[in-house]
Design a protein. Structure first.
Length: 228
């Protein structure tokens, strides 16, 4: 079921969306098999949470510093490569364990891999608040990466209304992969999408652009203080 869902992501609604699981970033990917790596990592990430997930965190769209190169929402290469263990307490095995995590960006382009602020805040908060990362699944209302064609593929932009509408069917199918989970909308755009689907959800502040303190407070209120 997970594999079928990931395969369904192949078709994107507009040209200025990057599909990390089926397209190669020819300028910045290290190898031609980069889409295969990202697709395998997403499938492994989802499969390892199939029976443990309690919360689905839905943000707006993939970013160029995160899922563009890892294939996983709100997850950066530096997390997968273990570069955020010392400072933030985030380790690769918190993402998945059934395969070895890999980067797909070229080291010649960026030596230690891409780092995304949203990913760092999200995974750092899970570690700080002692929340089991296998109880949390990260996803986006628009599963692909929207970029500004004038600025190039390594840019982010707000998804258009047609793109958000196109993402609804995928979002609904994604939610159905998991049973008895609480939906959490990370930001206003995903609140809109979940409302259109008629889903009950809890809204939290997006951690980017100064929202990290409020996001952490809301996250703690949502799951309860599990710190030991």
């Amino acid at each position: 079921m997970i594999t079928s869902f990931v395969q369904s992501l192949k078709k994107k609604p507009t040209h200025d969306l990057f599909n990390p699981w089926f397209e190669q970033d020819t300028k910045h990917d290290e190898h031609q098999d980069a889409p295969d790596i990202r697709r395998a990592q997403l499938e492994t990430y989802l499969a390892e949470r199939k029976h443990t997930a309690k919360y689905l965190f839905i943000a707006e769209a993939l970013g160029y510093q995160g899922g563009h190169f890892t294939g996983i929402a709100m997850t950066s290469e530096r997390i997968l490569l273990g570069h955020q263990k010392k400072k933030y307490g985030v380790t690769p095995d918190q993402v998945f364990t059934r395969q070895s995590p890999k980067r797909t960006s070229s080291p010649e382009f960026i030596e230690k891999g891409m780092s995304e602020p949203t990913a760092t805040i999200m995974w750092g908060a899970l570690a700080d608040l002692n929340i089991d990362p296998y109880e949390v699944v990260l996803w986006n209302a628009v599963p692909w990466h929207p970029y500004n064609s004038k600025k190039g593929i390594l840019s982010n932009r707000t998804p258009t209304q047609p793109e958000l509408e196109a993402g609804l069917a995928y979002l609904n199918t994604f939610i159905q992969l998991f049973e008895d989970v609480q939906l959490v909308a990370v930001g206003r755009k995903c609140e809109q999408s979940l409302s259109l689907l008629g889903k009950n959800y809890t809204g939290v502040r997006h951690p980017a652009n100064g929202g990290a303190p409020k996001f952490r407070r809301q996250l703690l209120e949502l799951v309860g203080n599990k710190q030991t």
